[in-house]
Design a protein around this ligand. Structure first.
Ligand code: ZN
Length: 97
């Protein structure tokens, strides 16, 4: 598998470190149901075939955090974006705080 880093271009999987599911958000530790929320965050995951958003770190390259959308059945990479850009777009879409 090869990942096209936005900074470095297409590179071998060996240069990257998988860092988990990019679709889940860490719960608020101060919320009244924090214990249940952290159990769900840690253990209750679906594992469906098809496209999935994942966090990857370009450890042997530019050290960028990436959001990779990958078909987990075929390993085909559908898109790669800088995690920073994804976070800014999600914050912008959510509107002013
Ligand atoms: Zn890179």
């Amino acid at each position: 598998m090869r990942i096209a880093c936005p900074h470095c271009g297409e590179r071998s999987l060996d240069e990257f470190v998988y860092s988990g599911d990019a679709t889940v958000k860490r719960p608020d530790h101060a919320s009244p149901d924090a214990m249940h929320a952290f159990v769900a965050y840690t253990y209750e995951r679906t594992n469906l075939p098809g496209p999935h958003r994942e966090l990857w770190y370009h450890a042997a390259g530019c050290h960028a955090w990436l959001v990779v959308t990958r078909n987990v059945s075929t390993h085909a990479i559908l898109s790669v974006a800088l995690a920073r850009d994804v976070a800014l777009a999600e914050k912008s879409a959510a509107g002013p705080a």
